[in-house]
Design a protein around this ligand. Sequence first.
Ligand SMILES: [Cu+2]
Length: 423
Amino acid sequence: MKTQTAVSQEIVRVDLEARQTHWEPTAGLAIPAYGFNGQVPGPTIQAEVGDTLVVRLANTLPEPTTIHWHGLRVPANMDGTEMVQHPVPPGGSFEYRFVLPDAGTFWYHPHTHETEQLEKGLYGALIVRGPDEPKLDGERVLVLDDLKLDRHGNLARFGGWKERHQGRLGDVRLVNGRAEPELEMAAGQVERWRLVNAASSRYVRLSIGRRPFIILSSDGGLLETPVPATEVLLTPGDRVDLAVGPFAHGESIEVASLAYDRGMVKEPGARYATVRIGPPAPSHATIPATLRSIERLVTDEVAPNRTVHLQGRPSLHGVDWRIDGHAHHHAEPVRVGDLQVWEVVNQTKMDHPFHLHGFFFQVLQVNGAPPPYRSWEDTINVPAKGRVRIAWLPDDRPGSWMYHCHILEHHAAGMMAHFEVVR
Ligand SMILES: [Cu+2]
């Protein structure tokens, strides 16, 4: 017999004020920044599948802003982009209201002047829980970021050829707004870590002391089965949930990014945090062998119905980032219910994280080979000179949507396209 699980239908109300603040990434260093409710990251929003989220955004910044709900299947007019809303002016406010259809680790950030507003601290995590979550001993939300400071300890000046080319890379690595923090964890326990990469351009090839961990979930929620690994790649915009531990009392574990070559940009390995393992505590963690089932969107060989070319060409500004020959490309519409199989072709010598707004896709192939597991994604790395084939189904949420590179400087320079979903 099928178990009937009650779906929550609460209204979750959140007030977010985008305002100027002083952010202290490390003791004694307070930098002028932006924060939702004055915090970096902003408050972690928590809700259950089926809840209605009502967020009142009040803007007291000296510039317009919006909120994009990264990964959430919202109605088009709630997506927070310039395609669907006028940015909220200084002193203005806007109410976002939508049902939360999916469980997962999501995040929110402005979709206006992103290169500066995110770097200044406007981002936060959004956790939606489902009725059948694996039970672990504890849970943490770890939002990764980096910060580029000048020699006076202020935010470095924005822009320039290098940032436009490789994206803005900072030297200070942050977890939840703090530089290389020390975390504590009980010996013997297994925790669920929900990770978000909120950095402008830094890839995180995540290692937890080179120990094995278990991947539970990706952008669009739980995988079908737990996947053991010792590293996982988080591009800008990506999320992953891991089962981490158990460790022994007295151990010190480095949460780090291993060296990663994203083509023309070699990111060296670097530490994000240290976990000190304290006295043991009992464990009641259970990870079921099956987390959920994910039906294949494509069962036969299907020819792609759209090819998306990610392009860069040298210019007076250094490089012009484009999609299909255009900066801010206006792409063909798609019809509700028509299966989309897209071939995303990277014609550049650099990796780009491809992000589709408002819909999850399944990855069919990366450079011609099937991915190691089936999952729902909204952001996927397209390797330098490589290609990724994805499939997605536009459900009945007509309106203006977009896809773009999630290296914020590439998006801003034009590596984006907007399109209509039509009935
Ligand atoms: Cu890019």
